[in-house]
Design a protein. Structure first.
Length: 290
């Protein structure tokens, strides 16, 4: 088994008769009759949680990838406890960040488990418009959490889990498609909800569809892109597309020019997101969250 950084997930190379020793062919030679399996991983940058390898944390991410939210929650708590014990003798800021990340992921898994247990709410008594608005907000909230889980599992596993990717994409597309008729009726921008389009941009990009990602972003009007409320989603879209300067500029607008003061907890939650794993270590990024 050979791990290599790439966008591909799985490649099987079958041996063929050696006509020239494999020289100059760009192929990986395999003995006759043998199959070499190459599992390629995404370049995920420098996730906070990878600074302190933990089998428990890896199992938690695997449970998330399989949508086993309750199992994941317990495993993340255990990983946080293990790292906390280590911090008593070897404290560091990096270890504090890893502990905070495990606790954050445990909270998200718990919230998703709650949504899964509750199922669709009963809204028969609400007017149709209010019911539609409630369901749209709920779907967007779940979509945000699923996308965060998509990034977190990818950071640990080295790939975007197919089922979680499909679930995230479907939920965000549902929000977009539900919002579109409402926005059209109100003569708002044709792309519907700006945050949803930007989160879809980030999702499509992680799935390897850069064209769809840019198309989703193109649906967002200039005014909506400039809206401080969309700064983090705009940064996530840019970061997923590898547009470092644009991602940093959006984050700077969120942190340095907020319409209202940001709490330390809100800033910490943004900092912990795996969207920025390729920005970690960049002085411009790190200075925003000191």
């Amino acid at each position: 088994m050979l791990l290599v950084p790439a966008r591909l997930i799985f490649i099987a190379l079958f041996a063929v008769p050696d006509a020239g020793g494999g020289a100059g062919t760009g192929l990986v030679p395999a003995p006759p009759g043998r199959t070499i399996t190459v599992i390629a991983t995404d370049d995920v940058g420098a996730p906070l949680e990878r600074a302190f390898p933990s089998a428990t944390y890896a199992h938690a991410a695997a449970a998330d990838a399989e949508l086993r939210w309750d199992d994941a929650r317990l495993l993340y708590r255990q990983a946080a406890d293990d790292w906390t014990a280590s911090a008593r003798t070897r404290p560091s800021r990096a270890l504090e960040n890893a502990i905070a990340k495990a606790e954050h992921e445990a909270g998200l898994s718990q919230a998703l488990a709650g949504y899964q247990r509750l199922g669709p709410p009963s809204l028969e008594r609400l007017p149709a418009e209010a019911r539609r608005a409630f369901l749209q907000r709920r779907a967007l909230e779940v979509g945000r959490m699923l996308r965060a889980k998509l990034m977190a599992t990818r950071a640990v596993l080295g790939r975007a889990p197919p089922e979680l990717y499909a679930r995230t994409r479907a939920r965000l597309e549902e929000v977009r498609d539900t919002a579109a008729p409402i926005h059209a009726a109100q003569n708002l921008n044709e792309g519907g909800d700006a945050e949803t389009e930007l989160l879809l941009c980030a999702t499509y990009a992680i799935g390897g569809d850069a064209a769809a990602a840019r198309l989703a972003r193109a649906h967002v009007s200039s005014a909506a892109r400039a809206d401080p409320a969309n700064a983090v989603a705009r940064a996530a879209c840019a970061a997923a597309l590898g547009e470092t300067d644009a991602a940093l500029a959006a984050l700077e607008s969120f942190v340095l020019r907020p319409p209202i003061p940001r709490s330390d907890i809100a800033l910490r939650d943004v900092y912990l997101a795996n969207d920025w794993d390729h920005l970690r270590g960049d002085p411009r990024f790190e200075s925003l969250f000191r």
